[in-house]
Ligand binder design. Structure first.
Ligand code: ADP
Ligand code: MG
Length: 212
């Protein structure tokens, strides 16, 4: 069964819940290597996304995701807002005009989101950012689909890869964002943005699993 626009809306609402539940955790991670605002930023951003959803309830998936991205860009300060905003806007562009999403559409949206983050933030793999969680997730989903997995299964493999990518940021030396100001002292801490990316990807997988 394809993912409908109702599922996309449900997914964004669930993302807002998950971010809200993890607000303190994300902020705590950011207090170790940043300025202790990642959870606050993300929560503010997703609360603003929630407010915009009623106005796009009858629109295509692309418009819904682009609207979410614009809400994130305009409500979240710091690096995270523009980066996630770009990710959602690019994801929306990849599925423009569609009311039903197949596994390949979701992969295309995730690929576009990653491309957007990289284009905007210029982080490389291993720089200790959200890119370190999203890159392996996209690769795992692509591989799973190539091996014949269904949407939920492929997204669950993406989630597992994102979780590993998130944990792999712990020993990394930060080369981008505020954490890079710490130099060697950034080593030994999990990146907050990689953590929020994992949580968001996990939420997409949960929505897909509920469908099956
Ligand atoms: P700020 O660092 O401005 O306070 P946040 O705390 O909301 O913004 O977000 C910090 C997260 O943003 C980091 O944990 C990292 O994952 C991500 N990040 C920072 N700079 C970049 C970048 N250039 N490319 C990709 N991700 C980045
Ligand atoms: Mg911060």
């Amino acid at each position: 069964m394809p993912i409908t626009t109702a599922d996309v809306l449900a997914c964004l609402r669930k993302m807002a819940d998950v971010i809200h539940e993890n607000k303190e955790y994300l902020t705590e991670l950011d207090s170790a290597i940043g300025d202790a605002d990642h959870g606050i930023n993300m929560d503010r951003g997703f609360q603003s996304v929630l407010k915009k959803l009623p106005s796009v309830e009858d629109k295509d998936a692309g418009t819904i995701l682009k609207t979410a991205g614009m809400a994130l860009v305009s409500s979240v300060g710091g690096a995270g807002g523009p980066l996630y905003g770009t990710a959602f806007m690019q994801a929306g562009m990849a599925v423009a005009g569609k009311y039903e999403l197949e596994a390949e559409d979701i992969l295309a949206a995730l690929e576009a989101a990653l491309k957007g983050v990289v284009m905007r933030g210029k982080a490389n793999l291993g720089d200790k950012t959200m890119v370190d969680a999203i890159t392996p997730a996209v690769a795992a989903m692509r591989e799973a689909l190539r091996n014949g997995a269904g949407t939920a299964e492929a997204l669950e493999q993406a989630t597992a890869a994102a979780e590993k990518g998130m944990k792999d940021t712990i020993p990394m030396l930060a080369k981008k964002g505020r954490a890079s100001y710490l130099g060697e002292r950034s080593i030994g801490h999990q990146d907050p943005g990689a953590t929020s990316s994992y949580l968001l990807i996990r939420t997409i997988a949960e929505i897909a699993r509920e469908k099956e």
